[in-house]
Design a protein around this ligand. Structure first.
Ligand SMILES: *Cc1c(COP(=O)(O)O)cnc(C)c1O
Length: 385
């Protein structure tokens, strides 16, 4: 029935409609994945037939295509994005006694990976407009124990890798990219994954390039580092004798089915990212003045993973969004340096603390329609008047 969502919508006592349209999810994965069904089902059939569920030819095919996509030399498929960060750190020989600088505004996985290799996370503040790692804060935090800096490309926008690179070169530090939210993004023309010593990607289903389960990758142009990562991820096994283990490694693999799904989706990634950017542009054009979307650096070509805005009264805005059946999220309400798990690394970081209670993530996915964005904007507008 056309327009059914509007008929008999519940209203509050003043007669104002509180649910003036159909629900809008925060992320509609069924819709996003629907167009890949045919390609994926075909790949599943091939894998069922050959039976190489781990280490099948699909993995190498994806690794080659994703390395080329990132404009880098090598891709090593691993179990998930968190492992990817940990494996890069281990591959660089970073561990006990080392300090690793990272932004406080990131998913806890970035910090967990640092701790997993025995290094110490050193949280630094973010820029107030992009909410990305502040290069000046990085330069201030460097000391004799610093071994690496992790540029987290959050919400689909790369950190200022030009300034970060000049700092890491000046002090002889490694530069890692946490590109879990930035498949395809560019900064100064360079793709995420092609700038640092190595980059970590996550293929968690909701990411810009998402598998049908967990998955991750290390992307690098340092072939020796790639070989060490591959060895650690496969029990420290030597390449020429699978029963000889030179390192104490672990098990972290991208399986054939996930690789096949990713290969089916990769050719459409640029188009999906362009749709995300269209959604973000429509938000910018239609959101009220005191609902402020994250800024984009002029050097940056983002692939908006999340539509993050800052609002004066988040509790009020989220209550009204929920009443209108509009999905929302917060990335991240408790910054890493204020998490109980990282209490020993606590610092006072004013910008990230100021932003934390104001940030709000609005619905964002490639198949979100313009009229749905407009409805979200109208509902948000109502909460700010
Ligand atoms: C998703 C994510 C990770 C972790 O990836 P998983 O595949 O879930 O382990 C790391 N860092 C950031 C910024 C992320 O968004």
């Amino acid at each position: 029935m056309p327009g059914a969502g509007r008929v008999g919508a519940p209203s509050d006592r003043s007669g104002r409609a509180v649910n003036p349209g159909p629900a809008i999810p925060f992320l509609d994965l069924q819709a996003v994945n629907a167009e890949y069904r045919f390609g994926v089902e075909l790949a599943f059939k091939t894998i069922l037939d050959h039976g190489r569920f781990v280490g099948g030819p699909e993995v190498e095919e994806f690794e080659q295509e994703f390395a080329a996509y990132c404009e880098a030399e090598v891709c090593v498929g691993v179990g998930n994005g968190t492992d990817a960060i940990e494996l890069i750190l281990a591959g660089l020989g970073i561990g006990r006694g080392d300090e690793v600088i990272l932004p406080a505004n990131t998913f806890v996985a970035t910090a967990e990976a640092v701790c997993a290799v025995g290094a110490r996370p050193r949280f630094v503040d973010v820029l107030p407009d992009t909410l990305l790692i502040d290069p000046a804060a990085v330069a201030d935090a460097v000391n004799s124990s610093t071994a690496a800096v992790i540029a987290v490309h959050l919400f689909g926008q790369m950190a200022d890798v030009a300034r970060l690179r000049s700092i890491t070169e000046r002090f002889g530090l490694a530069l890692l990219e946490d590109a879990a939210q930035a498949h395809g993004a560019r900064f100064g023309g360079r793709r995420a994954g092609s700038v640092g010593n190595a980059a970590a990607f996550s293929f968690y289903p909701g990411k810009n390039l998402g598998a049908f389960g967990d998955g991750g990758a290390v992307v690098t142009s340092d072939r020796q580092l790639a070989a060490r990562v591959r060895r650690f991820a496969d029990h420290g096994r030597s390449v020429d004798d699978r029963h000889r283990h030179h390192d104490r490694g672990r098990n972290s693999r991208l399986d054939s089915i996930q690789a096949a799904v990713l290969t089916a989706k990769l050719p459409e990634l640029d188009r999906a990212n362009a749709s995300r950017n269209g959604v973000m542009a429509h938000y910018r054009a239609n959101l009220p003045e005191d609902c402020i979307p994250v800024a984009v650096d002029p050097e940056s070509e983002p692939v908006h993973h999340l539509a993050v805005v800052q609002v004066p009264d988040r509790a009020r805005t989220t209550a009204v969004l929920s009443a209108a059946k509009i999905g929302w999220g917060v990335h991240y309400p408790i910054p890493c340096h204020r998490q109980p798990a990282f209490a020993e690394f606590a610092e006072h970081l004013p910008e990230v603390e100021k932003a934390a209670p104001r940030i709000l993530s609005l619905p964002m996915f490639p198949t979100l329609a313009e009229r749905e964005v407009e409805r979200v904007c109208n509902v948000v507008k109502g909460t700010l008047q």
